[in-house]
Design a protein around this ligand. Structure first.
Ligand code: MG
Length: 249
């Protein structure tokens, strides 16, 4: 099932996308989906970021291939950082570089949280997941290197493209994750290369930080990072979800 969030006229709604048709949802999909007897055509709406996270908890160095690429050992515990809600943009929107010398894309699988998660146990972890989306952990490498933390490097406005929707039915441990820069494949790795898998991340994060409905865990990027320049088109593809496309302003 594909859950979309969109604007139509002055209204914002959630719905279930089926082909070209969207069945409207009552309110939000959190914690339960209630379908209304009302539909829209996809062509008459503008897709937005698929949810409104209070925060994105992103994970650094979570692919064996990427750790190797940057010459670091696999971490013993997940490396967490925040991307603020103000950094989120939706599909087809522009990414703005606010003055960095190098802005990279990072293709990531995003996990959308369904219900409030605090100190989650191993057997329950996946019950807190609504579904999955494509994320681009846009990163200013100069600031990431030179600032003592990553607030500016990872959290600037427009640095968290998400979408195009939430897919509820994929196996997050076995899908192909790819980045295409101007149509050229730059990253292509199966999520089976993750160091910490989705349930492990939910358990670990929720030990310290409560996750709210709509919060996103951005699970880390594989090898193949490189910079984007003005006018570039960047696409993040996750098998079974779809393609998130954005443009560098
Ligand atoms: Mg990342």
């Amino acid at each position: 099932m594909k859950i979309v969030r969109y604007s139509i006229g002055s209204k914002t709604e959630y719905g279930i996308l089926d082909g070209e048709q969207i069945q409207v949802i009552d309110g939000t999909p959190f914690p339960e989906i209630k379908k209304l007897d009302q539909s829209r055509k996809q062509s008459e709406v503008k897709l937005l970021a698929p949810c409104e996270p209070t925060k994105i908890v992103a994970i650094g160095l979570n692919y064996h291939s990427h750790a190797k690429e940057v010459g670091q050992p696999a971490p013993e515990e997940p490396i967490m950082f925040y991307k603020p809600s103000s950094s989120v943009i939706g599909p087809e929107e522009k990414i703005y570089n606010p003055g960095s010398t190098r802005v990279d894309y990072e293709a990531e699988l995003g996990v959308v949280i369904k219900t409030q998660a605090t100190k989650v146990s191993e057997k329950d972890a996946m019950k807190y997941v609504l579904g999955y989306t494509c994320c681009n952990d846009v990163s200013a490498r100069d600031w990431q290197k030179n600032d003592s933390q990553w607030t500016r490097a990872k959290g600037a406005d427009t640095f968290a493209p998400c979408g195009p929707w939430i897919e509820t039915d994929i196996d997050p441990g076995n899908v192909l994750l790819e980045a295409y820069l101007n149509g050229e494949c730059k990253q292509s790795v199966n999520t089976s290369d993750l160091i910490f898998d989705v349930p492990s991340l939910i358990i670990y994060i929720s030990r310290f930080i409560t996750l709210f409905p709509g919060d996103i865990i951005s699970t880390g990027t594989p090898a193949g990072i490189s910079p984007m320049k003005s006018g570039d088109t960047i696409e993040i593809k996750v098998e079974g979800i779809g393609t998130l496309r954005n443009y560098m302003a």
